[in-house]
Design a protein around this ligand. Sequence first.
Ligand code: ZN
Ligand code: ZN
Length: 388
Amino acid sequence: MQFNHLMLDVIKWRKEIHQHPELAFQEHKTSNKVATLLREFGVDEVIEGIGETGVVGVIKNGDGPSIGLRADMDALPMQELGESQHKSQNQGCMHACGHDGHTAMLLGAAKYLSEHRSFNGTVYCVFQPAEEGYAGAQKMIDDGLFERFQMDAIYGLHNWPGLPAGDIAVNEGAIMASVDTFEISVEGKGCHAAMPHLGVDPIVYASELVLELQTIVSRRLSPLESAVVSVTTFHSGDAFNVIPEVASLTGCVRCLAPETRVRVEALIKEYMDSVNTAGKGVTAKLTYHKGYPVTKNHKEHAHIVYQNALSLVGENKVHLNLDPSMASEDFSFMLQACPGAYFWLGVDKAGEETVSLHNPYYDFNDDVIETGIRFWCSLVENRLLKRD
Ligand SMILES: [Zn+2]
Ligand SMILES: [Zn+2]
């Protein structure tokens, strides 16, 4: 592969995208840039507006199998604190999750594949919006992603701090957790703080509930199951001498197995019911929102990623079945709808401190762009083998 010129272009696109970050479903300039470039590359078909701001580029070369490659395009609502020349020009918005790198790498692969046609089959380059909490992947699926573009498998990657630059890690099963959120209101009876016996104090009963929720993981699940139940906000009251009417809590639940996820939701409901039937005089209400499912790889496709990584970067830089992350990812929806796998591409620079994703100083490491593009291209060439 001749990559030198391509690399310069891709790094330039990456920095331009970094400089002009856009939030979920507002990626108009980014998706326009993606679509314009795909057309310049001579991609056979470019379809815009799938899942609002999503774009699919189709590269067809013969009647072989089909494959989907996915990149996410959205940024985060936070202020960049780094001072690079390509720092965000949009106040309060930045690419702190490296989606600028994902988009640029997939563009690079699309350019190479479109120009070289070194495969037999169809490649779908899927540029999705709104990964950060707004389920852009699901939106594309609702818009018929997998009916309109019938792919045998789909693959997605995430840049990964904590792994050396260019390392590749994949799991045979769960790699990222599910995430659900909840809101709880505990209603009591307000009164003078000097006469608590005349009211029902929601703060005391909500506090009990916070502690009880901690027993879900510690006492009710098997020690071999993985889950997190966190109460992350607790609001009540306005004055030191008033017992308030209501205490409001919010929090989140993360699990590594779909069965655990179902069980934790049921246990939270059970705890709520017990508050309501305990004769304490408080009413507890729960609103439970299902977020992203567990990102669970299909084993066969995890091995395809693993083998491709081995041939590309060698045994010392490939990891199988590292501990999964308790963060979540909406590529999980795509893996529920289509076989495939999701993997991590390490970004840590040797001798430098790791900067975590979603940190205000995060800046995608351009040194791994070549590995990312080579991975996509070799995956396509190996799966969609050209018969000469
Ligand atoms: Zn993120
Ligand atoms: Zn991300």
